[in-house]
Write a protein that binds this ligand. Structure first.
Ligand code: AMP
Length: 425
C-alpha cells in the first residue's frame, strides 16, 4: 500500500471548507489593504534562497529540497515566499510602478523538518510583501493586516510579539556583543550553535536545543544596540501600533529564522503557546532587493501557515462556514422517469441550480437516504404518474412535507433557493 510521503497530507473533501475559507479571508483582507496577487514558480534557482535566507539558517543548512534537473540546473522547491517575490519585483521592473508595490501570495512551501503537530514537510503559506517604502507607518499597516486577517478567520486568542534587530550600521555591534557573551559558554553549546557562533551569532537566538535556549535569558538585547535611526523607527512603529489599537509585547529574543531581516521583526502566536506554534511572522528586509541585484529598496512582509491556522481554529472551536452543496436531489422511479430526471437535472444546472441524483435504479427509500446524507434541501421525485402529468413531487427534506408542483412553480421555488445558496466564487 502506498502512503503519502512523511510530513505531507492529503486534504480530503471534508476538510476543504477550512482551506477555501482561509483563502477567501486572505483575498478579501488583501483587497481591503490594497494588495494584488502574485504567483511565482514552485521551484527557483537554489542560490536565490541560499543567498537571501542565509547559509547558516536551519532552512538553508538542513531543510531545503534541492535537486538537479535533467539539464543540470540547481533548483530548490520554494521553502519560503519572500525571496521569489523580490526576484519577480526586480526581474519585471516593478520599481517603475508607484511605491510601495503591495503583493500577496498563497503558496505551497517545502521544508525537510521533523514532522509533528502543525509542522509538515509540505505546508501552505499565505504571505504578502510591501516593497519600496521605509515608513514605520507601513510596518504598522503590515502588522495590522496580519492581525486583522487572523482575527477575521475567527481566531481570538492571539498575541503579538515585536522586536527590532537593527540595520547594517548597528547590527555588527550587536553581533559582536552576542559573540562575546556566547563565547563564554562555547563548550556547553550544541554542535550547531558552535558553528553559528562563528558564522552568524544572531542565529544562536533561535536554536531549538533547550540547553542553548537557557542561555538566551541573559543574552544581550538588540534594542540596546540600535543606531538613532533604527531606535526612532522602532519608537514610531510602537506609536502607530498604539494608534491602530494593537497591543504587543516586546520580545528581545525574537530574531526570526531567516537572515534577510532588518529592523522590525514580529510574530503572532496563539495566546497559550510559544514560538513553536507561531501562526505567522514577518518583518523588514531593507537590504534584500539590493543583495539580489536590484537597486536599494526598503521593504517588509509577513507570512502565515495555513495548517497552523486550521489547527488553532479547531482548538478554539471557531465557527467556519461549510461549503455550499447542491440543494436539490432528484429521485426517480422507473425508466421513463429516469429520462425525465436526467433532462430536469441538466436544465436546472444550466440555470445555475446545483443538483445531484441517483443515476442507478435503486428504491425510492434508498434514494431518499442518499439525499439525506448529501444534505439536500429538497428532493424532486419523478415516477410514472409524474411523467404522464408533467408535474413533479417536491419534498422538503427538513420537514418531510411533499407537494405536487407544475414546472413553472418548481422553477420559481428553486430560483428563490438558488439566490440564497449561490456557490462561493
Ligand atoms: P517562516 O517563513 O518560518 O516565518 O514561516 C511562516 C509561517 O509558516 C510560520 O509562522 C508557520 O505558521 C508556518 N510554517 C513554517 N514552517 C512550517 C512547517 N514546517 N509546517 C507547517 N507550517 C509551517
Amino acid at each position: 500500500m502506498y502512503q503519502v510521503p512523511r510530513g505531507t497530507q492529503d486534504i480530503l473533501p471534508g476538510e476543504q471548507f477550512y482551506w477555501r475559507y482561509i483563502e477567501q479571508r486572505a483575498a478579501l483582507l488583501c483587497q481591503l489593504y490594497g494588495y494584488e496577487r502574485i504567483d511565482t514558480p514552485t521551484f527557483e534557482e537554489t542560490q536565490l534562497f541560499s543567498r537571501s535566507v542565509g547559509e547558516a539558517t536551519d532552512i538553508v543548512a538542513k531543510e531545503m529540497y534541492t535537486f538537479k534537473d535533467k539539464g543540470g540546473n540547481e533548483l530548490t522547491l520554494k521553502p519560503e515566499g519572500t525571496a521569489p517575490v523580490c526576484r519577480a519585483y526586480i526581474e519585471h521592473g516593478l520599481h517603475n510602478r508607484p511605491q510601495p508595490v503591495k503583493l500577496y501570495y498563497l503558496a505551497t512551501t517545502f521544508r525537510y523538518e521533523r514532522p509533528q503537530a502543525g509542522r509538515y514537510r509540505q505546508h501552505h503559506q499565505f504571505g504578502y510583501e510591501a516593497i519600496g517604502d521605509d515608513d514605520p507607518a507601513l510596518d504598522g499597516e503590515v502588522i495590522d493586516l496580519a492581525w486583522q486577517f487572523l482575527k477575521s478567520c475567527g481566531l481570538s486568542k492571539l498575541k503579538l510579539e515585536l522586536n527590532s534587530i537593527g540595520c547594517r550600521k548597528c547590527r555588527p555591534g550587536y553581533m559582536a556583543s552576542l559573540k562575546e557573551y556566547y563565547s563564554g559558554y562555547a563548550s556547553t553549546l550544541c554542535p550547531d550553535c558552535k558553528i553559528r557562533l562563528e558564522r552568524n551569532p544572531l542565529r544562536l537566538l533561535d536554536c531549538k536545543n533547550p540547553l542553548c535556549q537557557k542561555l538566551e535569558a541573559s543574552a544581550p538585547r538588540s534594542i540596546d544596540f540600535l543606531c538613532p535611526e533604527c531606535a526612532d523607527h522602532f519608537r514610531q512603529l510602537g506609536r502607530y501600533l498604539e494608534l491602530l489599537g494593537l497591543t504587543f509585547s516586546e520580545n528581545h529574543r525574537l530574531v526570526r529564522g531567516l537572515d534577510y531581516y532588518t529592523r522590525t521583526v514580529f510574530e503572532i502566536q496563539p495566546e497559550a503557546d510559544g514560538a513553536q506554534s507561531t501562526l505567522g511572522g514577518g518583518g523588514r528586509y531593507d537590504d534584500l532587493i539590493e543583495e539580489l541585484g536590484g537597486r536599494p529598496t526598503p521593504a517588509l512582509g509577513f507570512a502565515a501557515g495555513l495548517e497552523r491556522i486550521i489547527l488553532n481554529l479547531k482548538k478554539e472551536r471557531a465557527p467556519v462556514p461549510a461549503l455550499p452543496k447542491p440543494p436539490v436531489f432528484i429521485a426517480h422511479i422507473g425508466k421513463a422517469a429516469k429520462d425525465e430526471a436526467v433532462k430536469l437535472a441538466a436544465g436546472l444546472r444550466r440555470g445555475g441550480i446545483g443538483v445531484t441524483g441517483a443515476l442507478g435504479s435503486r428504491s425510492l427509500k434508498a434514494q431518499l437516504r442518499q439525499a439525506n446524507s448529501l444534505d439536500a434541501r429538497y428532493t424532486i421525485i419523478i415516477g410514472d404518474e409524474e411523467v404522464k402529468s408533467g408535474r413533479v413531487i417536491l419534498r422538503d427534506m427538513t420537514t418531510s412535507e411533499q407537494k405536487t408542483v407544475s414546472p413553472g412553480e418548481l422553477e420559481g421555488l428553486l430560483r428563490q433557493l438558488a439566490s440564497k445558496t449561490s456557490p462561493q466564487s
